[in-house]
Design a protein around this ligand. Sequence first.
Ligand code: ADP
Length: 384
Amino acid sequence: MADQLVLVINSGSSSLKFQLVDPVSGVSRDGGKVQQIGEPSSRAADHEEALRLAFEQMAESGIDLKSCGLVAVGHRVVHGGKHFYHPTLLDDDTIAELDKLSELAPLHNPPAIRGIKVARKLLPDVAHIAVFDTAFFHDLPAAAATYAINRELAQRWEIRRYGFHGTSHRYVSEQVAGFLDRPLDRLNQIILHLGNGDSASAIAGGRPVETSMGLTPLEGLVMGTRSGDVDPGVISYLWRRAKMSVDEIESMLNHQSGVWGLAGENDFRRLRQMIESDDGSAQLAYDVFIHRLRKYIGAYLAVLGHTDVLTFTAGVGENAAEVRRDALAGLQELGIVVDESRNFSDDKGARRISSDDSRITVLVLPTNEELAIARDCVALLAEL
Ligand code: ADP
């Protein structure tokens, strides 16, 4: 049988990531990122040019999208709102519905929709499918999904904890079961997705029961440039006292906060160097990041009651051994013992970093959202 390939597109406000994936073997044939879209220094003035550049790159690698066996374009869409929690075939009607969701996710959904429109224009003959970052958390228990705010207001404006990074949490939780050779429905897991955005989830028997992001991807852990949890009172205080507008406050919390807001740097490699050269702001940023992470780990151990396995994933989780060490240091009474040499080994790929006598297994497991999206796409095509 000829190859079936899926082009996965992750379209952000100023960048477009793409990967051409074989959903069966998991091999990525080509991929890349067009950055700084729309900025004067960029090669791409808009998302259409960015996608054309992606096509050029693939052509240079010898890939002809018309004849390579492309069966679908999978689009990562951040917010699925109340109604979108399955992979969804995109047509004019579904795109119009998605457009409406932009009010719920003004920072994230509009660039994805731009990517969808451009990709449909340039590749009109294949199926375009949206896969939602919120989908996995759609059935979060009501106690975890509900904010304790006025109920009528929340219902009217569809305010709940939606959760994000769901594609990654689901993919990793399934891979964990495979790696441990245990049934997913018998495992209680904590997953820490630590990249530029950071989120944690507690998953009982394959079903998520808690996650750290909420109505938007701003809630929860301290992130690269996002604050994570703050007292909501900070917002009204800044509005009233500093006379900042809502847009300014939102932008500050999303783009000028987190590790970057405290240290002026959000790449953990640079942050480590700064700490080693006694930069006090970098040390504080790191300490705040770790403190919040430990708080969530403790909370999720309590939510689950019994935990079998805790897994680190994404850029920081997979690569920053110090973060893993410091997040779990001194937790032997809670059943977690990290093996120093396993944690600091240069191994890549799925690996165990807990010691043999740790009651809770600790893993590092690379996420692969593109592959998960590609597989969702072919599964949907098979149903049609
Ligand atoms: P995104 O949320 O953009 O998908 P990633 O999961 O790719 O992010 O994570 C990107 C982050 O991972 C970088 O900002 C950097 O802080 C961190 N990172 C990547 N490689 C390393 C490394 N070798 N050591 C420490 N941190 C790393």
